[in-house]
Design a protein around this ligand. Structure first.
Ligand code: NDP
Ligand code: BG6
Length: 510
């Protein structure tokens, strides 16, 4: 897929070849088992992503999808459930119905317990029938609550591993709640699986603009030389959702926004953003650099952190609930639904540059962005001659991960016309305007990579350890000291404390 360390894959044919379609040939087959198939994630993301891969011709010729869960369901019922969530790409609608039917014919269901080897042995028997004596490659997607991960891994590996091909397991977050529980999970997984069989998913790594980060940095001369403390004043990683924890309060209350978003999604983006140039695009080379950055970071301290929780708010006659109005959330819960943090990387490149993170639910908008604020222009001529406020108006590079993907650079520009007036304008790469093709969902890329054995976008166990080391002390302190979150109205911009935290480092949120 990668030639001479450069991504040379551009054509669809080459991509299909890279996906292993020819390599699998007629002699091998991939069986994909979605464990927890009756659940929310399976319906919302996994089956639709598998269909999209099938539709675009990325799945091998011989493949079977099995749903596995305790709920009783027939194959027809699974197909009916799945069919309700499948969609076709807007640019490829013809054939859609026909393709869906063909895909659904390859989907089957087996009902069983997650901790019962006999039930997985029954699944194994069914998989073998479909594999029809070919080399069998098996992918298990654990889309189940974390307390049953290990049981399911034990049963799948002991009773339903491939006899003659590879067996891989995709594990969904949360990977523990702190350093200790994460290490225990890793240890338990490794009783049954080798590290190279474990694919720890962080779906933010599968997002188009997150994947593009290293292309932007390492293949454009104009960015990499500026990518350091010399030119960058601060970096902001911002995640916001305009809805609360509706329906997921039970899960969320045990984790909170720091574990749910910051320790994984935002930290992974930070690592990709700040890492040194990897030796090659090989997964291990990239992951080595990410680990180095994470290990160079200062553990987060309470004074560099603000936590918040949303409260009820009435707007336009509609009352939006408080976090603790959710029946699955314990009364008086102090779990943060918002957090802001200032992090530092103690290495030569980033010494003293604040990396500010902000993540929250029930805010005024839904977005995920990386904002890079550059230093002021030394001795700015235009400031001196025109007394403008340009010194304040420094350049800013914005990578809008979602929605409406874009990369834009804020520059100072002369307003056309006589005289000399300056304003701020954007050099704008707006994806919808530039590229006609719809952007694939992150789960498509990640599933395809897992099938291909490409580990670049999955989390290695040492990365996970380093990520937890940064957050575990502050999480413990927050919980032990029972820090009361700052309450913010549902639909607002979040607690004002986040602004004070940024101001402490002379930063304004973008
Ligand atoms: P669900 O709560 O919907 O659970 C999935 C399935 O697991 C259920 O359909 C149920 O199937 C089985 N299950 C649920 N609770 C239990 C239990 N206590 N004991 C045994 N089996 C149980 O989870 P999601 O689909 O929402 O998420 C799956 C995984 O993905 C989780 O680890 C979650 O943290 C992670 N995740 C989810 C996201 C989402 O948007 N939903 C986003 C990111 C990660 P049955 O009863 O039929 O056996
Ligand atoms: C998940 C979190 O990992 O990411 C959710 O558990 C969050 O709380 C979700 O809503 C956001 O993902 P996306 O792709 O919709 O931004």
């Amino acid at each position: 897929k990668f030639k001479d360390g450069l991504v040379s894959v551009t054509s669809l044919e080459e991509q299909k070849e890279a996906a292993g379609i020819d390599a699998y040939g007629n002699e091998s087959t991939v069986s994909i088992t979605v464990v927890g198939a009756s659940g929310d994630l399976a319906k919302k993301k996994i089956f639709p992503a598998l269909f999209a891969l099938y539709y675009e011709g990325f799945l091998p010729k011989h493949f079977t999808v099995y749903g596995y869960a305790r709920s009783k369901m027939t194959d027809a019922e699974l197909r009916n459930m799945v069919s309700r969530t499948l969609t076709c790409r807007i640019d490829q609608r013809e054939n859609c119905g026909e393709k869906m039917e063909q895909f659904l014919k390859r989907c089957f269901y087996h009902s069983g317990q997650y901790d019962t080897q006999e039930n997985f042995a029954e699944l194994d028997k069914k998989l073998k029938e479909h594999e029809a004596g070919r080399v069998s490659n098996r992918l298990f997607y654990l889309s189940i609550p974390p307390n049953i991960f290990i049981d399911a891994v034990r049963c799948a590996s002991l009773s339903a591993s491939s006899g003659n091909g590879w067996t891989r397991v995709i594990v969904e977050k949360p990977f523990g709640r702190d350093s200790e529980s994460s290490a225990a999970l890793t240890k338990a997984l490794k009783q049954y699986l080798a590290e190279d069989q474990i694919f720890r998913i962080d779906h933010y790594l599968g997002k188009e603009l997150v994947e593009n980060l290293s292309v932007l940095r390492f293949s454009n001369l104009i960015f990499e030389p500026l990518w350091s403390r010399q030119y960058i004043r601060n970096v902001q990683l911002i995640f916001s959702e305009d809805f609360g924890t509706e329906g997921r309060g039970g899960y969320f209350d045990n984790y909170g926004i720091i574990r749910d978003i910051m320790q994984n999604h935002l930290l992974q983006i930070l690592a990709l953003f700040a890492m040194e140039t990897p030796v090659s695009l090989d997964a291990e080379d990239i992951r080595n650099e990410k680990v180095k950055v994470l290990r160079s970071m200062r553990p987060l301290q309470l004074e560099n952190m603000v936590v918040g929780q949303y409260k009820s708010h009435t707007k336009g006659g509609v009352t939006y609930p408080a976090y603790t109005d959710d029946k699955t959330v314990p009364k008086g819960s102090l779990t943060p639904t918002f957090a802001a943090a200032a992090l530092f990387i103690d290495n030569a490149r980033w010494d003293g540059v604040p990396f500010l993170m902000k993540a929250g639910k029930a805010l005024h908008n839904k977005s995920a962005e990386i904002r890079v604020q550059f230093r002021h222009v030394p001795g700015n001529l235009y400031n001196k001659n025109f007394g403008t406020d340009l010194d304040q108006a420094t350049n800013e590079l914005v990578i809008r991960v979602q929605p409406d993907e874009a990369i834009y650079l804020k520059i100072n520009n002369k307003v056309p016309g006589l005289g000399m007036r300056l304003d701020r304008s954007n050099l704008n790469l707006h994806y919808a305007a530039r590229y006609s093709k719809e952007i694939p969902d992150a789960y498509e890329r990640l599933l395809l990579d897992a099938i291909e054995g490409e580990r670049r976008l999955f989390i290695r166990s040492d990365e996970l350890d380093a990520a937890w080391s940064l957050f575990t002390p502050v999480l413990k302190e927050l919980e032990e000291k029972k820090i009361i979150p700052e309450y913010y109205p549902y639909g607002s911009r979040g607690p004002v404390g986040a602004h004070y935290l940024a101001a402490k480092y002379k930063v304004r949120w973008g």
